[in-house]
Design a binder for this molecule. Sequence first.
Ligand code: CP
Length: 307
Amino acid sequence: MKKDLLSIDDLTRDEIYRVLDTAEAMREIGERPIKKVPTLRGKTVVNLFYEPSTRTRTSFEIAEKRLSADTLNIAVAASSVLKGETLADTAMNIEAMAPDMIVLRHASSGAGHLLGRICKSRVINAGDGMHEHPTQALLDAFTIRRHKQAIEGLKVAIVGDLLHSRVLRSNVLLLTKLGAQVWVSGPPTLVPPGIERLGVRVSTSVDEAVADADVIMMLRIQQERMQGAFFPSLREYFHVFGMTEARVRRARPDVIIMHPGPMNRGVEIAGEVADGPYSVILEQVANGVSVRMAVLYLLAGGVEEMN
Ligand code: CP
């Protein structure tokens, strides 16, 4: 693997499968009475989150602790960032204390690339602006593969706020690389120009996108990144693009419903779909720990025995 994991483009198809296979072994560790192995003993991992996070930050920290790494969380609100320190200066100061890995979430697209250039430490992108969220796509692929055995040939419909979604970009890169047929759907104002060039089918009709789908992945309406009105009202959005039980019935009978979280219930997804029998949303969260353990292990060299 490359020094850093900043984008799905950093991984070959074989490396993606290596992460998924390693995550299966990590999952077994999570089922033991004592969920801890000495694999990353003596390694220091810094979690540097400039944007809010529940799932990603927590699952990275659990993953690091299960692998016995020394974990440090930098609370940006209590750091010198508030005194005007730049990301580059913060990074150089953290680097001076010689951590082995830095997990970064930042509002700016490309922040991880800046850190990766400055730091000898390995950098993992935990979400950068509207660019990418590679470990989310890996845990999504892991979840899909556990349910469908293979990803090649599946129809995956991704629906919602496509324009502001780093989860969309990473998933499109990964799923097309593994041979899935990806459809995307959302209001025309929230479709990134030129997205078809990534090898996806675009439809403004959700019903068309989800017809006979094996997987439906819903994306959050990211109002915090919107300046101006992209659709008339949340109520109308739900009516036209929300995932309802009636829409789910257009997909294959064994469809799985995914959402990276956090969810806006009653906006992009009906509560009964989020909590319904096809939903694997909480499985995605659980799988996030195994996949992030695999990424940390492989970036650290992947040579220690996992016992
Ligand atoms: N999926 C995801 O990135 O969630 P968080 O923002 O809670 O980390």
